[in-house]
Design a protein around this ligand. Structure first.
Ligand code: NAD
Length: 476
């Protein structure tokens, strides 16, 4: 059994009790983690505040070098981190179309180096005989990072690296379901960073760790990735000291397939962007709208691929899809499937749990549903996809936009220019043409409507960890 401590002010910190982390492929615990509470948050915030003056004044080149060092440390420990990610998330080491723990750790390394190289130059707005006006970007102070269970290491990196790059110090709280790889990353980082710059507090399900961070007067910003419902609670708690917020929340992304697409040619790609990580990715394609002229053919192609997909323990190299990450999520998928059945959904494949231990559910495709069913209206966050028939392009764009969410969307067509023009009519933070969910470290990513506030990645994401200070120097 692996034991995981908290890390506060550069020191490992135990707690009076621990909580188990379950391997979803077996349903059994493989780690015991310190069950922290609000007093540990207080200690971590105090350590981060103490470290802030020196870290924020550290030479830019030195901070950058330390972050590159962190990328190198992740790389040196890649096999170990991949195994931890697979054990706690269930995600396969390799995965469907290469989307697995290897991609999670590899992406974490890439994001670290690209973000380390970003700059925050001083902008000069005016420089004449009268005055010089400059815009400076300053760190905010202490950033609190709260992460979900689906891409635990990658999302920790997405939060922590830009926060540190901009000169902030950080307290991170990983999901109680997947804290292990994040704890190892924080440990590796603390061998490079000064004490107190990056602190880890772990809490069991229902603990006061997350809520006390959201309301803590010593935290200046919360960056949160998780469900919309928790995001709203955090926003309310953050009002006390007007914390800055970046909220990356749920999505129910629509993909629209135009009639000019060859179903055989596009099916494998569509299946991958929908089912990788068992659909447990915020920007997976979750509602597939297909033109009536190619509807049956594309349904049949997708079902064929689903039936040939290798589902199993993610530690086996040939596994394409692992288990659903946790028992509660599996029950949610089952309830959504039952609702789909009750509303006349035509199950083309799957529709049930796999017998035996672990939280396995067969990749499931449901035809003939429409809005008004849970599978279409809610984010299922599991291996189940509705394929919805449409006849008219204006009508289908309105249906895609008729959602409280607005994370991503996609148009699939053999005419990319026409698809791009249609894509710009979608109400979402990112639009992909003949692709879905592909993010990159230099392009901003975030949601509109109830999918979030703010963006991550690249220059646009980095400045969210800063405040503006305007400097006006009179000359005359
Ligand atoms: P969740 O909201 O249940 O939990 C996320 C984190 O918030 C966990 O660490 C949890 O302990 C913590 N938390 C729970 N209640 C809290 C409170 N009251 N105050 C402070 N912290 C609290 O989300 P989840 O189930 O772990 O993740 C799945 C959701 O995340 C899905 O909706 C998915 O779409 C979304 N997600 C979004 C993105 C994105 O970038 N938009 C990325 C990944 C996941």
């Amino acid at each position: 059994m692996k034991n995981v401590s908290m890390l506060i002010g550069g020191q490992a910190v135990a707690a009076p009790s621990t909580f188990p982390v379950i391997n979803p492929a077996t349903g059994e615990a493989f780690a015991q983690v310190a069950a922290g509470n609000a007093s540990h948050v207080d200690a971590a915030v105090a350590a981060a505040r103490k470290a802030f003056p020196a870290w924020s004044r550290t030479a830019d080149s030195e901070r950058k070098a330390m972050l590159h060092g962190l990328g190198a440390a992740l790389e040196a420990h890649m096999p170990e981190l991949m195994e931890l990610v697979t054990l706690e998330t269930g995600k396969p080491l390799n995965g469907l179309n290469g989307v697995g723990a290897g991609m999670e750790v590899g992406g974490s390394i890439a994001w670290t180096h690209v973000t380390a190289d970003l700059e925050l130059p001083v902008e000069v707005l005016q420089d004449n005989a009268e005055a010089r006006v400059e815009v400076h970007r300053k760190p905010l102070g202490v950033v609190g990072s709260i992460t979900p269970w689906n891409w635990p290491l990658m999302i920790a990196i997405w939060h922590v690296i830009p926060a540190l790059r901009a000169g902030n110090t950080v307290v991170i709280k990983p999901s109680e379901l997947t804290p292990v790889a994040t704890a190892r990353f924080v440990e590796l980082a603390n061998a490079i960073l000064p004490p107190g710059v990056l602190n880890l507090v772990t809490g069991a399900a229902g603990s006061d760790v997350g809520p006390s961070m959201a309301s803590h007067p010593g935290i200046d910003k919360i960056v949160f990735t998780g469900s919309t419902i928790t995001g709203k609670k955090i926003m309310a708690s953050a009002a006390g000291n007007l914390k800055r917020l970046t909220l990356e929340l749920g999505g129910n992304d629509a993909g629209i397939v135009l009639p000019d697409v060859d179903p055989k040619a596009v099916a494998a790609k569509l299946f991958g962007v929908t089912f990788h990580n068992n659909g447990q990715t915020c920007a997976c394609l979750k509602r597939l709208y297909v033109h009536e002229s190619i509807y049956e053919e594309l349904c049949a192609e997708l079902a064929k691929i689903a039936q040939a997909t290798v589902v199993g323990d993610g530690l086996q190299p040939e596994t394409q899809l692992g288990p659903v990450q946790n028992a509660m999520q599996l029950e949610k998928v089952e309830a959504i499937a039952a609702d789909a059945r009750a509303r006349g959904g035509r199950f083309l494949c799957g529709g049930k749990r796999r017998p035996g231990p672990g939280y396995f559910y067969e990749p499931t495709i449901v035809a003939d549903l429409a809005e008004g069913s849970r599978l279409v209206d809610e984010e299922p966050f599991g291996p189940i996809l509705p394929i919805i028939k449409y006849a008219d392009i204006d009508e289908v764009i309105a249906r895609a936009n008729n959602s409280p969410n607005g994370l991503g969307g996609s148009i699939w067509s053999s005419d990319p220019a026409r698809a791009a023009a249609l894509g710009l009519r979608l109400e979402c933070g990112t639009v992909w043409i003949n692709e879905h969910g592909a993010v990159q470290p230099d392009a901003p990513f975030g949601g509109v409507k109830q999918s979030g506030i703010g963006v991550e990645f690249g220059q646009h994401g980095l400045v969210e960890y800063t405040s503006i200070q305007t400097l006006k120097i009179m000359k005359a």
